[in-house]
Ligand binder design. Structure first.
Ligand SMILES: [Zn+2]
Length: 404
């Protein structure tokens, strides 16, 4: 009992500073999209970068028109309908507002993005209308219907977001609205025609300037903001402390672990099934073997030390786990003429502490490579052999995980 008590104290002593250290910088897998930083969703961030890069490459002569080779693109439709006055107005607005638009997309700007999981309905002049996104210019907030956004092609995302961003541009005192009338964009709906022309121009420029291919590697890179995780880990196990007098304990073992984890945000929970085997050949023919199957249940804490989610290291993260395990212990010794077996199944009713960490390296399409370690207490006895143990087992493992 002495050793177990000490182990419990060690866990508590470790846990408190760990929580204090990790709390301010946890990775949030929440649906809220902050502006920059670790909470920004990769899909949206890529669109933001593509718009910024396209705006930087505009020049004073950039027209609100479609390049000839792209004239068949459905996104060109609003541009093909523009008369000369409208084209001129659109062109000037784009050129004059390009820096303002870029600054809105800057991580330091007050603009905030939110995801909506269900369709967004707006009420305009008594009519209900389903839209992909909506902008609140007064609050500097853009809300996007996430499932719809994920369905859109990259250029369509640029079109949508540019349209919404121009809702934050003011003409005189007021921000541009879909129903307003602006210069040659007259009558109700003039605003929408103008915004669609600006969105289409930036989207088509991005295609023309080949901005869309820049992030194809990032698109495929596995993302850390997934909620469900499954994984298989294989590794070696050693006895890290406690009684080493019994011959078998001096040998290393190997183990396999299968786990499922649900990660709400920086905090999650996991369940795992594992088996560890120690075996050794003594002298010529005597073989001894100890097997330790068990289940584990606990809490997981996610922390990302690197900040740019568009990079390999920005997606990589550390996972710390604190849990309880229930294990059974079986001992077998055999030579050609005799075999001895003993087991402790009562330990299945005695939860014991487990503490571990894994570092996650992103592969592609949701797959991850992990490297980690786990320490857990093992308190058991083989009654018929008159052996009792109070020790800690230390495993080091390599794993493959899938997040979805
Ligand atoms: Zn609009």
């Amino acid at each position: 009992m002495k050793s177990k008590f000490r182990f419990g104290l060690e866990i508590k002593a470790l846990l408190i500073p760990l929580l204090i250290f990790f709390a301010p910088q946890m990775v949030f897998a929440s649906t809220f999209v902050g502006n920059g930083g670790t909470t920004t969703d990769v899909d949206l961030l890529i669109t933001i970068k593509q718009i910024q890069e396209t705006l930087q490459k505009l020049d004073e002569k950039s027209e609100c028109s479609c390049p000839e080779e792209l004239a068949q693109d459905p996104l060109c439709e609003p541009l093909l309908q523009l008369n000369d006055h409208e084209q001129e107005f659109c062109k000037e607005m784009l050129w004059n507002q390009r820096s303002h638009l870029s600054s809105l997309l800057d991580p330091q700007s007050s603009l905030q993005f939110f995801w909506a999981e269900t369709a967004i309905t707006i009420n305009t002049e008594g009519d209900h209308k389903v839209v992909d996104a909506v902008t609140d210019a007064a609050k500097q907030q853009i809300t996007i219907h996430r499932p719809r956004f994920l369905d859109l092609k990259q250029k369509e995302r640029i079109f949508l977001l540019t349209h919404e961003l121009f809702h934050l541009v003011k003409i005189g005192e007021d921000a541009i609205t879909d129903t307003g009338s602006y210069g040659p964009f007259k009558n109700a709906g003039g605003g929408r025609k103008l915004l669609n022309s600006l969105g289409a121009t930036v989207a088509m420029k991005a295609v023309e300037l080949k901005q869309l291919g820049h992030y194809s590697d990032t698109f495929n890179l596995s993302r850390s903001n997934k909620r469900r995780w499954v994984g298989l880990k294989l590794g070696s196990t050693a006895v890290s402390s406690g009684d080493r007098t019994y011959l078998l304990n001096t040998t290393g073992g190997w183990g396999a672990l299968f786990e499922f984890r649900y990660q709400w945000s920086w905090i999650g929970s996991y369940v795992a099934a594992r088996s560890i085997t120690f075996s050794k050949k003594l002298e010529e023919s005597l073989e001894v073997k100890e097997t330790i199957p068990g289940v584990e249940l606990g809490a997981s804490f996610c922390y990302s030390p690197f900040k740019d989610p568009l990079t390999f290291w920005g997606q990589s993260h550390l996972l710390v786990k604190v849990g309880l395990h229930l294990s059974a212990y079986t001992y077998e010794a055999s030579d050609p003429s005799v075999s001895i077996t003993d087991e402790d199944k009562e330990s299945l009713h005695k939860p014991q502490l487990a503490l571990g960490f894994d570092y996650y390296f992103p592969l592609n399409f949701g797959m991850w490579l992990t490297l980690g370690s786990e320490l857990f207490s093992a308190n058991y006895e083989y009654r018929s052999l008159n052996l009792s143990y109070n020790k800690n087992l230390w495993t080091t493992h390599l794993g493959v995980h899938y997040g979805f």
